[in-house]
Design a protein around this ligand. Structure first.
Ligand SMILES: N[C@@H](CCC(=O)N[C@@H](CS)C(=O)NCC(=O)O)C(=O)O
Length: 217
């Protein structure tokens, strides 16, 4: 059984969405945010204190896009992955890495200096990294100009990991700055049954485990 530790609306949503798209069985464990403050016992399991944290037998992982890659290859075959021989392989991998390193990192600075640490609000950081994020989003705007998905002519794990960065932009308030192609692409992603199931699983687990929803990244 795969176990996934998750905080409401956090990056651990990537593997949760992947699990739902693949139809794999899993146990979802909700934590209050940030776990290092409100669930100190979690540090014994994951010394980083971050989420996601996934356990699959002997395997333990903490990188949200990496976990999606792992699930897609470990539980292959799935159309969510792109083969090494496929001409779209490079583009696929690029989106997989771009998702957290380039599109999530700047948003975490925006969140930190607006919502997480309002006493230390830093308008320069917020302004600079909002602009950074929106600048890098031009790659998604271009890729979705004439295509329903990012690569390989179908929905893949790349759409899941990039899709989460767009979901996070709802929290950071940057979604209202999306260009027309990104806005339409994000609307399409939210209509996917796998996405809807993942959101429902997140809500159900939060209620059952009595963990309140909060803003995080
Ligand atoms: N690069 C990692 C980042 C993991 C991460 O920093 N997660 C954030 C939440 S989205 C976290 O756990 N923050 C709590 C903390 O730093 O204490 C990934 O993609 O999963």
């Amino acid at each position: 059984m795969i176990t996934l530790y998750h905080c409401d609306a956090a990056r651990s949503f990537r593997p949760l969405w992947m699990l739902e798209e693949m139809g794999l069985s899993y146990e979802l464990k909700m934590l209050p945010f940030p776990p290092r403050v409100f669930a100190k016992e979690y540090l014994a399991l994951n010394p980083l204190g971050t989420i996601p944290f996934m356990i699959d037998g002997e395997t333990k992982m903490t990188e949200s896009s990496g976990i999606c890659h792992y699930l897609g290859t470990r539980y292959a075959p799935t159309p969510l992955m792109v083969d090494v021989e496929d001409p779209a392989y490079g583009a696929f991998l690029n989106w997989m890495y771009f998702s957290d390193a380039t599109l999530t990192f700047p948003q975490t600075l925006v969140l930190r200096y607006t919502q997480h640490e309002p006493d230390q609000r830093n308008n320069k950081v917020v302004g600079d990294y909002a602009k950074w994020f929106l600048g890098r989003l031009r790659a998604v705007e271009a890729a979705t100009a004439n295509a329903e998905t990012l690569c390989a002519g179908r929905f893949t794990a790349a759409d899941i990991v990039i899709g989460f960065a767009l979901r996070l932009a709802e929290t950071t308030g940057l979604a209202k700055e999306f260009g027309p192609n990104v806005a339409a692409y994000w609307a399409r992603l939210q209509q996917r049954e796998g996405y809807i199931r993942a959101v429902a699983a997140e809500r159900k687990a939060a209620v059952e485990q009595n963990v309140a929803a909060r803003v995080r990244a």
